[in-house]
Design a protein around this ligand. Structure first.
Ligand SMILES: [Zn+2]
Length: 495
């Protein structure tokens, strides 16, 4: 039997073992009812004409089953219309459009998840129907917003970055908290030791537990009832075992409560990361070091990294916290994937970052001529890399490094006028960027474009991370079920 794919898809669901009535069946059913009542026929009269019981007609009209093509032809003939009239998915009038909307919403996974009864829309007064439809629409919008779609995440990111820019990426309150914590554990200079890091946990009343089955969507999990902090076994052998521990403790030091929305979640994350770095590179130690280096015209992210025993990324980021407030230097910072997409960015020095129409930077492609991109093509991954880049916003000097693993680069830079304070200013490497002008590096040269524009068909490698919405929940991106079962598993015995 030849039937349209649309009818077939719905028919496949028509046995009761299927996932329930489909919206298509509903639309056809409503049209059958519309033409039946328009023709002044009862269920019984129409049933008689096509040799079916009235209950079977009712099942069709309620969208619980979709007619096969033969039955559809019989129905159309009996009603004096065409099968196309019955298959037309558009509602016959405004009332029916509303009814269909409400019924479809009632069948949605969102509505089912609320465990509310489904109402029979046909008998509802118009105002009740409109109210229900309106509530459903609002609910859907709110859930979408709470799910932190990439658009929402970008908007929040942008607002937060603007705030950081205005403060020169420096948070005096967090520096103060870091100073207090360090004083409490008797820190007296040099790199923060693993023992001192553990003392921070101890002061908060937390015991540390390194486990091999930490939920994969987390870096640390705290059992706040039993004051236990779980970290991954791998952290012990990782390049910086202090970092995840301090970031996890930072939330408890700062008294963070479960974030109410994505904005609060992001703000808490920024604060926790900031405090963690401020503990590992204390302002009281790092600032004098940087001021000396400035005086000697030898500021270097590598020195900061080595003196405090932190990762290059942490040192580079921490430099941006201190550079404007304490050295009077405007700076920019970028973490860029080898594919060219920007993962983190900060600037208060006017570097023209790539942005989308909403002004968001994350997920955009950094100019191919930026230091953060060119460093990926440098064979020597051990020496610091320096480069001057001419841009429409002026000339910038940047230093960059590819992070261990090779997937990301981190770069830090300043406008040309401030390069005199930095190690690596003698570099002869030079690049010119005209971005955001598309002809800089986003558009193919004319000759090539002319030849291939209409003679090519690439298959895109989907950027899953950019298309997927951040999973909903209190802590976006974290699998709550996984976390709870983990905590169950590790809960200490009473006593
Ligand atoms: Zn470019």
């Amino acid at each position: 039997m030849v039937i349209t794919s649309r009818v077939k898809r719905a028919t496949d669901h028509s046995d009761d073992s299927g996932p329930g009535p489909s919206a298509d069946a509903l639309s056809i059913g409503r049209r059958i009812r519309h033409y039946r009542t328009a023709a002044g026929l009862t269920l019984g009269q129409l049933g008689e004409r096509i040799d079916r019981a009235p209950s079977q007609i009712s099942v069709l009209e309620n969208g619980k089953r979709e007619p096969g093509l033969g039955q559809l032809r019989d129905l159309a003939a009996a009603l004096g219309v065409t099968t196309d009239d019955l298959l037309d998915p558009s509602p016959v009038d405004a009332r029916q459009a509303l009814e269909l909307e409400v019924e479809r919403n009632q069948m949605s996974p969102l509505y089912s998840s609320l465990h509310l009864p489904a109402v029979k829309v046909k008998s509802l007064p118009q105002d009740a129907l409109e109210a229900i439809a309106g509530l459903q629409r609002q609910l859907t919008t709110m859930v979408r917003r709470r799910a932190a779609t990439p658009e929402e995440a970008r908007r929040v990111n942008r607002a937060l970055r603007e705030q950081m820019r205005q403060q020169g990426n420096h948070f005096p309150e967090l520096e103060k908290v870091a100073g207090e914590v360090l004083a409490r554990i008797g820190y007296d200079g040099g790199p923060l030791s693993q023992r001192q890091t553990a003392a921070v946990a101890d002061h908060l009343g937390y015991s540390l537990h390194y486990v091999s089955d930490l939920p994969s969507s987390t870096r640390a999990v705290a059992d706040t009832e039993n004051r236990r902090l779980y970290l991954s076994h791998e952290d012990v052998t990782g390049h910086d075992p202090r970092s995840h521990l301090l970031t996890a403790l930072a939330s408890h030091i700062l008294g963070h409560s479960a974030p109410a929305d994505y904005e609060e979640f992001l703000t808490q994350r920024v604060e926790a990361n900031y405090l963690s770095a401020a503990l590992m590179l204390p302002e009281s130690e790092a600032v004098p070091l940087l001021q000396r280096a400035k005086k000697n015209r030898s500021i270097s992210v590598e020195e900061l990294r080595d003196v405090f025993g932190v990762s290059y990324e942490t040192a580079a980021h921490r430099f941006t916290n201190l550079a404007t407030a304490h050295l009077g230097l405007p700076v920019h910072f970028m973490k860029v994937h080898s594919s060219g997409t920007v993962h983190k960015a900060y600037s208060n020095d006017g570097l023209p970052f790539p942005t989308d129409p909403l002004g968001a930077i994350e997920g955009q492609y950094a100019c191919k001529r930026f230091t953060s991109r060119t460093v990926h093509r440098v064979a020597d991954r051990f020496s610091p890399y320096f480069q001057y880049t001419d841009t429409p916003g002026g000339t910038f000097w940047c230093t960059a490094r590819v992070l261990p693993g090779g997937d990301f680069s981190v770069s830090v830079g300043v406008p040309f006028a401030h390069v005199g304070w930095f190690e690596g200013r003698e570099t002869t490497k030079r690049s010119a960027s005209r971005c955001p002008d598309p002809s800089c590096c986003r558009e193919a040269p004319d000759e090539l474009a002319k030849k291939w524009e209409h003679a090519s068909w690439p298959s895109a490698r989907t950027h899953a991370s950019l298309l997927a919405a951040v999973p909903p929940g209190i802590f976006p991106g974290v699998d709550t079920t996984e976390v709870y079962t983990f905590l169950e598993r590790h809960e200490p015995d009473e006593g």
